[in-house]
Write a protein that binds this ligand. Structure first.
Ligand code: C2E
Ligand code: CA
Ligand code: CA
Length: 691
């Protein structure tokens, strides 16, 4: 504001009025002087003819007397005539001459000496000379002499000088008066209103240009100044309107970016701000707070099953349940698609957070009614605590997220606290990813085979090929650890192809020694879904000249869940090529009769977790029994894995399970060991048969 008023002080010299005055003055002076010069020249002409007239009159008066004097050669008379002539001030010289130019009488006096003579002398000359012939007409016209008179011009020209001075002074004076009048007129009619307009403009708040309008200076309502003011006011109004619209748009954008459109919850950015202030508060009151990161488990499947519209409504309902907790929590937000976060403040201890998490899980695990569907979901919570886990808002949130994501990978619908060890684990996983990328090239992988036994007659009917990784520093890394890593990095495709090639090579090798075995190869869900998977399998089989009937692909239930139609298509195509498929880990996923009926599979494998507690746990016994019945009713071969005891074997046999696999028969072993194992069994059988 100060700067704006400072610029109001315009120097007098640069003021419009002064500039106009100076220009008018110069113009008037130049025009005035030019006109005056013309006038003076005209006056000079007049003065010159006045001298002539005077002289002519004078000569006429004395002509006769002078003629008489020269005629009668009377020097006295001539003298007196000249005396009479000199009574006139202007006469400077007079002489009466005989025709032979001899003077009869002469008289003169000095020229008048005056200060400004040089000016008039320049215009009219110092003197003017007049001459007449002195003649008598008796009887004939005869010349007796001549009269010469010189007149001093000063007496006439001093008057001219006076008049000229008058002319110039009046002209200059009127020029000055004109300039002054113009200055005043301009000052009052233009400069003054412009000045007051500028002052009013400077008073306008640029942030609120429409608040005051500019006043129209008095008597200027209908002239250009008035028009300028009303145009400026219109402009200010429309600037104000535009500003308002822009503010509204900005507010809208901020709202949109700060609040999630679907659930109305704050988004990550705003949540971060809240979290920061909550942490500042907690710091100043010496309190702790907990950040919860809540992830809905496998939300993708819910979307697939119920459609995206219901998925969205479910998220809204989820958010509503979170909002209802506002009395207990500081703030909540939607971090990403199926991830939410909240801040629990004034935390008495980690137990408080644990108790709250338990309650929250219970609340969220209660079925949601969306339209006419009842949808149940599970969630996983990651919890980090200020100040224990970090004192920085970003880090606290990041740790809660890490914890949640990590817990999700482990498949636990529970709550987990961030522990520093997690960081180490994450770093170690990064190293694992890096090493895994090199493992094939460095020939660190090998394969083992686990026999599959037909329970009815204890015959070896096949083998499951299982991969092994010997890490140069870590030693044996279990496939349960590195397969998910390979899946997430995409390395699984190369690994899968390598395992299938190994299986093919082994089938050929066994065929050469007369062993015809079905080899089961584990196929990751990622492989199955990948375009060109069938072609890849076919290429590998034909490269090793292995018949498709010799290979069985083990696919997990979860491979089908996301898109059952696609899975059916792929499995049908594999079937038509002669490749059989088995459902691995049956019972751990969404085992449902409806999808199993659609799938063109030949086998289901009961997961080892149910076999392990067979008979010891009632539920597991029931599950195994149900799976066997289900398999039989759909005419599927049921395979039990993880059989470790004779009791388990007997139960399975009695219940109708056809094939078993487990430590009871053999651990996964190398190909050579497997060949020996088969040879021994044949020997035993032969011995048994012989006896
Ligand atoms: P899976 O397909 O369920 O394989 C069976 C697992 O159970 C194997 O573990 C095997 O060693 C183990 N097992 C067999 N009999 C018994 C028993 O009597 N008791 C117990 N406790 N365990 C038994 P492994 O080899 O560690 O493999 C773990 C998982 O890694 C496999 O589970 C499979 O999902 C995956 N995997 C292994 N090799 C491959 C592969 O080549 N490709 C893919 N995609 N996944 C593989
Ligand atoms: Ca398997
Ligand atoms: Ca399994």
């Amino acid at each position: 504001m100060e700067d704006r008023t400072a610029s109001n002080k315009i120097a007098w010299k640069s003021s419009l009025s002064t500039q106009l005055m100076v220009r008018a003055l110069i113009g008037a002076v130049v025009v005035g002087i030019t006109l005056s010069c013309f006038q003076v020249m005209w006056e000079a002409g007049k003065a010159s003819s006045q001298i002539d007239d005077d002289a002519n009159q004078l000569l006429a008066v004395i002509e006769d007397a002078a003629t008489q004097a020269v005629y009668s050669i009377d020097a006295d008379l001539a003298e007196r005539v000249l005396e009479g002539l000199f009574a006139r001030r202007a006469v400077k010289y007079a002489g009466i001459f005989h025709p032979n130019k001899l003077a009869l009488a002469e008289k003169q006096r000095p020229a008048v000496q005056k200060q400004f003579r040089w000016i008039t002398d320049a215009i009219l000359g110092k003197e003017k000379t007049f001459q007449i012939d002195l003649q008598k007409a008796s009887p004939t016209l005869e010349t007796y002499g001549m009269l010469i008179v010189k007149l001093d011009t000063w007496y006439v020209s001093s008057l001219l000088l006076e008049r000229s001075a008058n002319i110039f002074i009046t002209t200059l004076l009127s020029a000055f008066i004109l300039a002054l009048v113009l200055y005043l007129g301009y000052h009052f009619y233009l400069t003054q209103p412009l000045k007051s307009l500028t002052t009013s403009l400077q008073k306008i708040n640029p942030a609120k240009p429409g608040l005051q309008s500019l006043p129209t200076p008095l008597h200027h309502q209908s002239d250009e100044v008035g028009f300028l003011v009303s145009s400026a006011n219109d402009l200010l109004d429309s600037i104000a309107k535009h500003q308002q619209e822009r503010h509204a748009a900005e507010a809208r954008v901020i709202r949109l970016s700060q609040y999630d459109a679907l659930t109305g919850l704050p988004t990550r950015g705003l949540f971060n701000q809240y979290l920061k202030s909550a942490i500042q508060d907690a710091q100043s009151h010496n309190q702790s707070l907990a950040v919860f990161c809540i992830g809905i488990d496998d939300f993708k499947s819910i979307n697939e099953q119920y459609g995206y519209a219901k998925g969205d409504k479910l998220l809204q309902a989820f958010a509503e349940r979170l909002i209802k907790l506002r009395d207990y929590i500081h703030t909540s937000c939607r971090l990403a698609g199926d991830q939410f976060a909240l801040v629990l403040y004034n935390l008495a201890s980690s137990y408080t957070a644990a108790a709250f998490a338990e309650g929250l899980l219970e609340e969220m695990h209660r079925p949601f009614i969306v339209d006419d569907s009842e949808i149940s979901l599970r969630c996983t919570i990651g919890i980090s605590i200020f100040p224990e886990d970090s004192e920085d808002a970003d880090r606290v949130l990041q740790k809660a997220e890490q914890t949640m994501l990590h817990a999700k990978l482990k498949g636990a619908s529970q709550f987990h606290f961030y522990v520093a060890a997690l960081d180490t684990e994450i770093r170690s996983r990064k190293n694992l990813e890096r090493d895994l990328a090199q493992a094939i090239k460095k020939q660190q992988f090998s394969v083992v085979y686990q026999p599959q036994i037909r329970l009815q007659d204890s015959q070896i009917v096949g083998a499951e090929i299982l991969i092994r990784w010997r890490h140069p520093e870590r030693g044996w890394v279990p496939p349960d650890v590195f397969i998910p890593v390979a899946e997430s990095t995409g390395k699984i495709f190369e690994i899968g192809e390598w395992v299938l090639s190994e299986a093919c090579k082994q089938i050929k090798a066994w065929q050469k020694v007369g062993l015809n075995l079905l080899v089961a190869v584990n196929v990751s869900a990622h492989q199955l879904k990948r375009e060109g998977f069938i072609d890849t399998v076919q290429d590998i089989l034909s490269k090793h000249q292995v018949a498709p009937e010799q290979i069985e692909l083990e696919v997990t239930e979860t491979s089908f869940m996301e898109n059952i139609e696609d899975a059916v298509q792929i499995l049908k195509k594999l079937n038509s090529l002669g490749l059989m498929c088995a459902v691995d880990d049956f019972g751990t996923g969404y085992s449902s009769l409806s999808y199993l009926k659609q799938l063109p599979v030949a086998k289901i494998k009961i997961d080892k977790q149910f076999v392990r507690d067979l008979m010891a746990d009632d539920d597991d016994t029931q599950i195994v029994h149900a799976i066997i019945q289900l398999g039989r009713s759909l005419r599927l071969t049921v395979v039990a894995e993880g059989v470790e005891t004779v009791e388990q074997q007997e139960f399975l046999l009695k219940d109708g399970c056809e094939i078993a696999q487990g430590y009871l028969f053999s651990k996964p072993i190398s190909a050579n060991e497997f060949t020996r194992y088969v040879a021994e069994r044949i020997d035993i059988d032969e011995l048994a048969g012989n006896s």
